[in-house]
Write a protein that binds this ligand. Structure first.
Ligand SMILES: Cc1cc2nc3c(=O)[nH]c(=O)nc-3n(C[C@H](O)[C@H](O)[C@H](O)COP(=O)(O)O)c2cc1C
Length: 159
């Protein structure tokens, strides 16, 4: 089984999760950073895993573009989605998923899991810091990436 994780990671959480996940999957698993290279070779791939994070309600526009450009081929392959997101209200989290992933993907992809998040103040720019402190009311670093959620995600894919 050939897996490919296509991901966008602004401050490294999604990349960290992808690095953990790849070694838990049966078969081969390559990583593709969509922020570095927008064209993706999918012919030899059985399972495409999308790794996304949410900023101000949205996943990265290059990842959205990838889903749009490759929709036809993706819907013919096995697809799974993991998301790093700090939103803790389940309804708001569900809305973020619905706003960012078209119904065609939500119906096709399995699993779709939110696997936690991290925030490190030393990585944030001035505006990000301001919003995190004053809008999200977070005052210190957060390390809430959930390794158990990654393990469960891998287990579902290995079935
Ligand atoms: C400025 C800023 C805005 C964020 N906005 C949201 C948001 O709207 N919804 C959400 O669920 N998480 C939000 N987050 C949390 C990120 O999704 C989380 O930090 C994630 O781990 C980032 O992953 P990355 O470093 O791989 O990009 C935000 C984080 C930052 C720093």
């Amino acid at each position: 089984m050939n897996h490919l994780i296509v991901y966008a990671s602004k401050h490294g959480t999604v990349k960290k999760a992808a690095d953990i996940l790849r070694f838990q999957l049966k078969g081969s698993c390559e990583l593709h950073n969509i922020l570095e290279e927008e064209s993706v070779y999918l012919s030899d791939v059985d399972t495409v895993i999308i790794g996304a994070s949410v900023y101000f309600g949205s996943i990265h526009k290059k990842l959205k573009q990838f889903l749009e450009n490759y929709e036809e081929v993706l819907l013919q392959k096995r697809v799974a989605i993991f998301i790093c997101a700090g939103e803790e209200n389940p309804e708001s989290l569900q809305k973020e998923i619905e706003d960012n992933f078209p119904l065609s993907f939500r119906n096709h992809a399995h699993p779709i899991e939110v696997i936690g998040y991290e925030i490190h103040f030393n990585q944030l720019n001035f505006i990000e810091k301001f919003i995190i402190k004053n809008v999200k009311n977070i005052q210190e670093d957060k390390e809430k990436l959930c390794e158990f959620a990654i393990f469960q995600f891998a287990r579902a894919l290995n079935m």
